[in-house]
Design a protein around this ligand. Structure first.
Ligand SMILES: NC(=O)c1ccc[n+]([C@@H]2O[C@H](COP(=O)([O-])OP(=O)(O)OC[C@H]3O[C@@H](n4cnc5c(N)ncnc54)[C@H](O)[C@@H]3O)[C@@H](O)[C@H]2O)c1
Ligand SMILES: O=C(O)C[C@H](O)C(=O)O
Length: 309
């Protein structure tokens, strides 16, 4: 199963890596990269296409400035915008990226009114809202990527700590994509064994803290920008779930209409992804402290929304 066309907007670190992963997995007949930087999407796309004979994929990768190349796309992965540098928070990107995401969303609605948007640009939860408002798409077709990445980080840290395969670690990180994100210890298991039976509370707290600061840890090393290998893997996993109608249960930023006691904001919650995008939001039981942490995280998203005005 593959899509006809998937477009990645922004051919920078995250965008170009997404395009390459999409092509190598043959998730679309055509993978398009759009960027305002002249020549960059064309050059990166041609370079990727020239790897096709070696890697053995037939997804054609093309790059363009013009959205006509993206016309009729089934899915857009939006990575356009600036990334943070050391000392910055994701919210520092708010005004600049809101302007970029607004203009990108207008073009998407113009050339592919039936498409599905996977938002990646930061601050994530608010950028997803900007795309929803600008396109007028239903919430099923605007989904934010954060929870898959945050959960992958959490799982990777648990794997290092316990010396067990990442494949055997099941977990969920909910909430906004910021320092208030909510790793759910009550849903963290190692092949069904609760994490609390394998690690002390002190070590669990340390892993949660590292997860919350996971993005900043990479920025601290890179200095010139932020993470892109794990983020692109996460965005492409969401696209794959949709293209292959897999009905995967993944933590994603969804526009809530009363779920988890929240209304009118994007927040990371367990979602069923398949054909058409967001099929369902799963309401799971939370402990009192997890519920309180989710409320705090929702407030942080509302504060960022308010700062946008
Ligand atoms: N949601 C997440 O978990 C997550 C993870 C990683 C990165 N991000 C965010 O993704 C964004 C991109 O990160 P990156 O590392 O790829 O940055 P980058 O600087 O490498 O690439 C961004 C690209 O966007 C392009 N761009 C700017 N304005 C544009 C426009 N109007 N139309 C099309 N393209 C435009 C730039 O030319 C650049 O090539 C950042 O906002 C970053 O914070 C989010
Ligand atoms: O940390 C960032 O600014 C980028 C991204 O949101 C991440 O979590 O890696």
């Amino acid at each position: 199963m593959s899509a006809n066309k998937i477009t990645v907007v922004g051919a920078g670190h995250v965008g170009a890596t997404c395009a390459q992963r999409l092509a190598e997995k043959e998730l679309a007949r055509e993978v398009v990269m759009i960027d305002i930087a002249e020549g960059i999407p064309q050059g990166k796309a041609l370079d990727q296409w020239e790897s096709a004979p070696v890697e053995g994929f037939d997804s054609h990768v093309v790059g363009a400035q013009d959205y006509e190349a993206a016309a009729g796309s089934d899915i857009f992965i939006v990575t356009a915008g600036i990334a943070r540098k050391p000392g910055m928070s994701r919210d520092d990107l708010l005004k600049t990226n809101a302007g970029i995401v607004r203009s990108v969303s207008k073009e998407i609605a113009r050339v592919a009114p039936d498409s599905i948007i996977i938002m990646v640009s930061n601050p994530l939860d608010v950028m997803a809202q900007v795309a929803l408002d600008t396109t007028g798409f239903p919430r099923e077709r605007v989904i934010g990527m954060a929870g898959v990445l945050d959960t992958a980080r959490y799982r990777s840290f648990i794997s290092l700590e316990l010396g067990v395969s990442v494949e055997d670690i099941q977990a969920l990180v909910l909430g906004g994509h910021g320092d208030t994100m909510v790793p759910l210890v009550s849903y963290t298991t190692i092949s069904g064994i609760p994490l609390t039976q394998m690690l002390s509370q002190e070590r669990i707290d340390a892993l949660i803290e590292r997860t919350r600061k996971g993005g900043a840890e990479i920025v601290g090393y890179l200095k010139t920008g932020s993470a892109y290998y794990a983020p692109s893997a996460a965005a492409v996993q969401m696209a794959e779930a949709i293209v292959k109608d897999k009905n995967r249960i993944l933590p994603c930023a969804a526009h809530l209409k009363g779920e988890y006691g929240q209304d009118g904001i994007f927040l990371g919650v367990p979602c069923k992804l398949g054909e058409g995008g967001l099929k369902e939001i799963l309401q799971v039981e939370l402990t009192d402290s997890e519920e309180a942490a989710l409320r705090t995280s929702a407030e942080a998203v509302r504060d960022t929304m308010a700062a946008l005005g």
